[in-house]
Design a protein around this ligand. Structure first.
Ligand code: 5RP
Length: 226
């Protein structure tokens, strides 16, 4: 799997040009983007990045990639991020790493978004294999759970360590949610979830990805445009 991730990550880093302000996604595939960028920064490439998680902030910092806040950058030339699933319309499930809220904010602030993934994440329908992460305010977790059950879904609180609720970088919790027949209409479900008080953000990403870089275990990467 890591050959595929590395192939995708290194190929995607080629989209980065001198002077760009970047959104830096989160996850094990993005790690290889950061690795490739670190080499180029050492060679004189001038970039600055807005990290989408504390984890990426730490790794990018260790790699010597200059970082700024989203407030400082405001508009981003390009974001490179991973995905948990991506469908033929380039709608995605994200949030396996818990960073969905900042990832969506950063993607929305970007002129262009390149997604890196291994071929196992390319699906015909979202949500048949991967549960949909939904970030909720802790105060509202139980009422949101009931609302989701009312939609026919099965939410399970994400756990960290010894049965403690997993907490996002924003201090919220995550409900990993199963939809029995997958997600039939991603834009409609995203709107439905956004209307439920207590849901901060869902991991459905609609119309945000422009380019998909799919890595294979043989070390090749294929670039697909939306
Ligand atoms: C984090 C994400 C990640 O981009 C997604 O989970 C993919 O991660 P990986 O590249 O490790 O498979 O959405 O919130």
């Amino acid at each position: 799997m890591s050959h595929a991730k590395k192939a995708a990550g290194h190929r995607a880093a080629e989209f980065v040009e001198d002077g760009m302000t970047l959104g830096l996604g989160t996850g094990s595939t993005v790690f290889f983007v950061l690795e490739a960028l670190a080499d180029r920064v050492q060679g004189g490439l001038q970039i600055r990045g807005v990290p989408t998680s504390l984890d990426t902030q730490r790794v990018a910092g260790e790699f010597g990639i200059p970082l700024v806040t989203l407030d400082e950058a405001l508009e981003l030339d390009l974001t490179i991020d991973g995905a948990d699933e991506i469908d033929p319309a380039f709608h995605m499930i994200k949030g396996g790493g818990g960073a969905l809220l900042r990832e969506k904010i950063v993607a929305r602030a970007s002129k262009r978004v390149v997604i890196v993934a291994d071929s196992g994440k390319v699906v015909e329908r979202l949500g048949l294999k991967f549960l949909l992460p939904i970030e909720v305010v802790p105060f509202a977790r139980q009422v949101v759970t009931r609302e989701l059950e009312g939609l026919g879904a099965t939410p399970v609180m994400r756990i960290a360590g010894k049965d403690e609720p997993y907490l996002t970088d924003n201090g919220n919790q995550i409900l990993d949610t199963r939809f029995k027949n997958g997600i039939e209409d991603p834009p409609a479900l995203e709107r439905t979830l956004a209307a439920i008080p207590g849901i901060v953000e869902s991991g459905i990403f609609v119309d945000l990805a422009h380019v998909l870089v799919v890595g294979s275990e043989n070390g090749e990467a294929e670039v697909r445009e939306r």
